[in-house]
Design a protein around this ligand. Sequence first.
Ligand code: DMJ
Length: 648
Amino acid sequence: MTTPALLPLSGRRIPTLSPGASSFPHHRATLRLSEKFILLLILSAFITLCFGAFFFLPDNSKHKRFDLGLEDVLIPHIDTPKEGKHASGQVIIHGQGGHDEHRHREEEESLRDKIRADHERALQEAKEKLRKSREELKAEIQTEKNKVMEDLKKKDIGPKPLPPVPMPKVVGVSDGEPPEPDVKEKRDKIREMMKHAWDSYRQYGWGHNELKPIAKKGHSTNIFGSSQLGATIVDAVDTLYIMGLHEEFKDGQEWIEQNLDFSVNAEVSVFEVNIRFIGGLLAAYYLSGQEVFKLKAVQLAEKLLPAFNTPTGIPWAMVNLKSGVGRNWGWASAGSSILAEFGTLHMEFVHLTYLTGNPAYYQKVMHIRKLLAKMDRPNGLYPNYLNPRTGRWGQHHTSVGGLGDSFYEYLLKAWLMSDKTDTEARKTYDDAIEAIERHLVRKSNGGLTFIGEWKNGHLERKMGHLACFAGGMFALGADGSPDDKAGHYLQLGAEIAHTCHESYDRTVLKLGPEAFKFDSGLEAVAVRQNEKYYILRPEVIETYWYMWRFTHDPKYRQWGWEAVQAIDKYCRVSGGFSGVKDVYSSNPTYDDVQQSFFLAETLKYLYLLFSSDDLLPLENWVFNTEAHPLPVLHLGNITLPGSEPAQR
Ligand code: DMJ
């Protein structure tokens, strides 16, 4: 469409004029036409505007409603359809159907009534309040406060306080100073070594899981996930307490209080975290009475519970502390769970139920026990691998060393920790040990008693350093063994201690290798290069200590002292203590790791070996597999939540 009439308005040119024509009348006529058109246009625009304005004028009634406030309007509309209002608040919020004058008036009326009624009520309440005394008002406020707190608790908001639980009778948290000056001197030396290990970690690795004493920096392994959880601090604090290193203990406690946080995206080993962290924290709590250790132990335990969400209830080896997702190590017989891992939770979990009143912990470990009791055992032996999906054994490999060890230990200790009431645990231990003795314990040609490894119907004549703990276990379990075999088991413990000492004595450094053989003329020596290392492990010293407590034969202190000297000579460096790669070499290289268990176990057992027996007596304390002492629970008439009453 052309718009010639609009063109003159631009004032630039008049294209309709033709040259030579009398342009004026024609021009005037053209202008008049345009003016009319323009006027018409303006008029029509004005009318449109007025018409539009009529529709777009704000609805007064709506304004009034919004002025009352959204809540005042919405609540009666939703809650009181009986008043004849729309059951939905939409009418008011979105202005739908807003032309019904009559209805609006009704709504306004009713709102006014409601406001009036509210004012009346408020006035009445205020008058009543004024009539009340200060005390009455205070009491009312308090009741309201309590009600809010109760509601919050019910809704699970805020930290759940732990129930008050009587502290078990804690006996023997004494100095344990030996009366003999030479023994005291040795003990002081061990204490000094602890201080060197701690101070070095404090200086170079503080907050990290472990220490690299050569590189002088922090270290970690995959068992702790990718986070800095201060494993050495948590593992070591009870040793510091026992040794009377109070400043250091306080330092450790402060770090735990301020920095130990388990809401981290870290995939950790359930077993390692249980024995080192929960065990360490519980022991620190029982020894010192400081609540923070208990709280942290419980916080961590809650994070481990998702690991039990498997088809069988046999926990995964690893769990992500944040997501709760669990999985198993690929190398463990096609993703099986490991006997020594899922079988080493009982002590800590029973204590957790005792301290929290939460039956879940106790039930989880009892479920494992029940499941195992129902399973067939080849030759009465427990294989090291169990598939948590199918509930079937993996490879038929049985060991009292790595992968199996502390499962047997915890059966015995469950019985001891229950004040010998958990007879089911004792019976399971006795049966297991009987099968082990029959199939795994042998004497070498040179007369050394050793514990081999059972692999698919074949006995491998090799013993691991880890299996050396069993000497102490046999001695600890001697009292209470069936058929009056106490003497036999004490003797077996002594023989294992002797063999393990030989494994140390037959090396250049006088430190024991990781594994040693009794084959082809070999007696307690390592053959493979990758079995010649010593990583500051405690098991041999642990056995010396138990044997010392039960026999007081001085040779155990002497053997322990040999180990102290060797460690101090070959493992001590300016930045702490390091493992060594070859105990048969006079010039060994370091592995550059100060393991947290060196402070938790090795130095603690050495210190106890040179202390008097009244420090942590074995009638009152049971040491977890990481050497963290937990008190015997003399439950008497107390029944753990979720358990059957104790029976003798
Ligand atoms: C420790 O963490 C525990 O003793 C565990 O039971 C197995 N071994 C290491 C130390 O060697």
